[in-house]
Design a binder for this molecule. Structure first.
Ligand code: ZN
Length: 283
């Protein structure tokens, strides 16, 4: 099942450009609000499996918006790819390294990202969307609690990240627009192996990152087990699962995003985000 937000409403969509407005097609059983959909995700899946082809009409994929507009919590993982830990000069962590991206940073798959800093970097990430309240879930059971995956960018301002004696991950990665997510949420059963997905990003068409989630240090199941063992996780919560090698800051010389660039971000089987980088106007 593939889920999208169009004009602020929840839609089921297909890879070949069709969709069904969930509230209309279900005669009001399910809400039109994209965020509320995750509260009843499993019932939605059962209903959607029985939906006839006539319920679907052509849709414009360029109209897809941020599919998870108001998550209660956004978890993000540092140094979760072996090759990225090497380029960052850190030992592979023995437990997941967790920070948050404040939800106000989230933005849609085609939205411009306005920047006013000099050291803005890219980080392609697989984003997990939770589909059920999770407390103390084991890694083996974790897939029952996952609604699906989206592509994401953990855009990061490296100077703010390194201000002061301790890393400022949460603030440096939560400036407005620093969390593109989308274009759709895809359920894990749509993938041959949901633990091995190709992902990458490009700046102005030049590939900067290209890897596979099989390079994870902690799998999706292990992340859900670790986080839900510490705090409750709610439907619609997000996990940015970490970025592979190829960020701009560790290049020699470093490369950073600048106004006029176009950042494209993809995950196999999900789709592509296309986010123009623009100069933030003085307030
Ligand atoms: Zn990241």
């Amino acid at each position: 099942m593939r889920f999208a937000s169009i004009a602020g409403r929840a839609w089921l969509v297909t890879p070949d450009g069709k969709g069904a407005d969930i509230e209309q097609a279900s005669d009001g059983r399910f809400s039109a609000d994209p965020q509320s959909v995750f509260d009843g995700w499993h019932a939605l899946g059962e209903w959607a499996a029985g939906l006839s082809d006539e319920a679907f009409e052509p849709v414009d994929p360029t109209a897809f918006e941020l599919p998870v507009p108001r998550p209660r919590q956004v978890f993000a993982i540092g140094a979760n790819y072996r090759a990225h830990a090497v380029e960052a000069g850190v030992a592979p962590p023995e437990q997941p390294v967790i920070f948050t991206k404040f939800p106000s940073c989230l933005t849609g798959p085609g939205d411009a990202v306005a920047i006013r800093h000099e050291r803005v970097d890219w980080e392609v990430e697989l984003v997990v969307v939770m589909g059920r309240e999770a407390r103390g879930v084991s890694a083996a059971d974790a897939w029952h609690y996952v609604a699906g995956f989206a592509a994401g960018q953990d855009i990061s301002e490296r100077a703010i990240q390194r201000l002061g004696p301790m890393p400022q991950f949460s603030m440096a990665k939560s400036l407005p627009g620093f969390g593109p997510v989308g274009p759709v949420v895809v359920t894990p059963d749509e993938f041959v192996n949901p633990d091995d997905l190709e992902l990458g990003c490009a700046v102005n068409g030049v590939t900067m990152q290209s890897s596979r989630t099989s390079d994870f240090i902690f799998s999706v199941g292990e992340l859900v087990e670790y986080i839900s063992g510490l705090v409750p996780m709610y439907p619609g919560d997000l996990i940015f699962t970490g970025t592979p090698e190829g960020v701009g800051a560790t290049r020699k010389p470093p490369i950073f995003l600048k106004p006029g660039d176009v950042l494209t971000t993809w995950v196999e089987g999900i789709g592509t985000l296309t986010n123009p980088i623009i100069k933030e106007q003085a307030q």
